[in-house]
Structure formats: C-alpha cells, structure tokens
Design a protein around this ligand. Structure first.
Ligand code: CA
Length: 265
C-alpha cells in the first residue's frame, strides 16, 4: 500500500548546458525510498572556478542523504534537508578559497502516500499542470520578483530586466537561510514540472502546457529542453517532469483530505 504512489508516478529528467554557457552548473536527481516516498530536485548553481557545479551537486547529495534517513514528516524532512545542504555548501566554500561565494538554488517536490510538499530557495520553479491549467507552486527569490510583488515592475519588465538573474535567497549564502515549504494536494493526472530559469526564462507558459499535454514524459523533457535551446539557450536548461497515474490518487486524496494547502514562509 505504501508503494502505491510511487508505482503510479511516472518521471523523466533532462539537463543540458544550453547554447551559450561552457559548463552545466544545473543538476537534477530523482530519489526513491523503499516505503514509496519519492523526491525530485532541481538545483542551479552559481560561482566561478567550478563553484556553481560543486554547489548544485553538494545540494543534491545533502538533500538525498536526509531523505534517505527515512523521516515520515515531509515538511520537517525538507527543511532539514535544505538546512543540511546550506551548511555543507558554506563549509566547503570556507575550506577552499576557489569555491568562495558559490551557491545554488534548489526546488524540490516530495510525493508520499499522504500527498505532496514542495520546497524552494532561489529562482528555480515548480509548476503543476491540472485540467489544462498551469500554476506556479513556488515563488522566486529574485530581486525582480520582489519588485513585481511591490508593484514596481511588471512581470514583462521583470523578464527582460538586466537584474533578472539577481537572487535574494540561495543555498550557500546565509547560515540562517529561509526555506519555503508548501503542502500541495494531488489529483489524478496531475503533472508537475521542476525547472531552472534557463527553461522558464526561454519558454512561454502556454508552450510548456502544450508540450506537457501533447507528449509522453520522456519526449516532453527532450522537447522542453530543445525549445528552450532554440529560443536562445542562454543558460543551462533543466526539466524534471512527474505525472500521477489514476491508481493511487484515491488513497492519497483520502489520506490528505481536509488538509488545506498552505504556504509557510
Ligand atoms: Ca540558471
């Protein structure tokens, strides 16, 4: 019974350097546990001298280790995992001057028999596609999004602003990093996309919806990355897609019934 969700969860992942950058500082991974819990993570590293690559991979490693320890408290698990990742990156940066200043975003989706939880720091994103409607489940921790929320920039201006890549939160910067953790409900057929800004910055949401609806997941991640590349490919591009089948969701919904979606900051 506990494996029902993972049995019906189909996933696909792809990361690509893009057309302009010399190295890929993005990283992504799918983690599974024998109790059926599954965790998907996308990290987008930054920092010179291989720091960006190191930071995104350190984050995956630390998050995966905390996940594997087996906690059944999804929200606490993700907070602990992000705090561990943050501490690892800070410690390694402090021990190697060439890695000083490295950091990474991390967006995660944890799916378990009782529902799902997202965690986010930075400007990678989690989306949910349900009934042809796409919804961002995460809020960017970027300077431009802060300005949009204050009404000082329009979303269109944010997309082209010279400071659009400037983050106000990332892993590896502040020892007391704040992590956004959000419980989300599940419905049969829900499709989730985790991606770095090299994907969402190059594709309109309407195009993302069209691709996710038209193609099987393996082909969808290839098409998403190809289209982002064709539209400029100015940054590393990463897509992780997960789709819930029909068989397990009734169990998830029963287990999650009555639990409101909430945002904890
Ligand atoms: Ca990026």
């Amino acid at each position: 019974m506990s494996s029902a969700v993972s049995d019906s969860l189909h996933t696909a992942s792809l990361t690509d350097t893009g057309s302009v950058r010399a190295v890929n500082q993005d990283a992504c991974q799918e983690f599974g546990r024998s109790d059926g819990w599954q965790l998907l993570v996308v990290a987008d590293g930054m920092g010179g001298h291989a720091g960006g690559e190191r930071a995104s991979h350190l984050a995956l490693e630390a998050i995966g280790q905390v996940f594997a320890a087996g906690s059944k408290d999804a929200e606490a698990l993700l907070r602990e995992a992000y705090e561990a990742a943050n501490a690892h990156i800070l410690a390694e940066a402090a021990s190697d001057p060439q890695l000083d200043g490295m950091g990474t975003t991390a967006v995660s989706l944890l799916i378990h028999p009782g529902g799902a939880v997202t965690a986010n720091v930075g400007d990678s994103r989690a989306y949910r596609l349900r009934a042809q409607r796409i919804e961002a489940l995460t809020e960017d921790h970027s300077w431009v999004q802060t300005e949009v929320r204050k009404g000082r920039l329009s979303p269109e201006e944010a997309n082209t602003h010279p400071y659009r890549n400037r983050l106000v939160r990332c892993l590896g910067y502040d020892p007391g990093v704040m992590v956004d953790v959000r419980a989300v409900n599940l419905e049969p057929g829900d499709t989730f996309l985790l991606c770095s800004d090299g994907l969402w910055g190059e594709l309109a949401e309407s195009e993302i919806v069209r691709i996710l609806e038209a193609e099987d997941l393996q082909q969808a991640v290839r098409t998403l990355v190809e289209r982002a590349d064709q539209n400029g490919g100015r940054d590393n591009i990463t897509a992780v897609v997960a789709r819930l089948g029909e068989s397990s969701v009734s169990e998830s919904r029963r287990a999650g019934e009555g639990r409101p979606e909430n945002a904890i900051l």
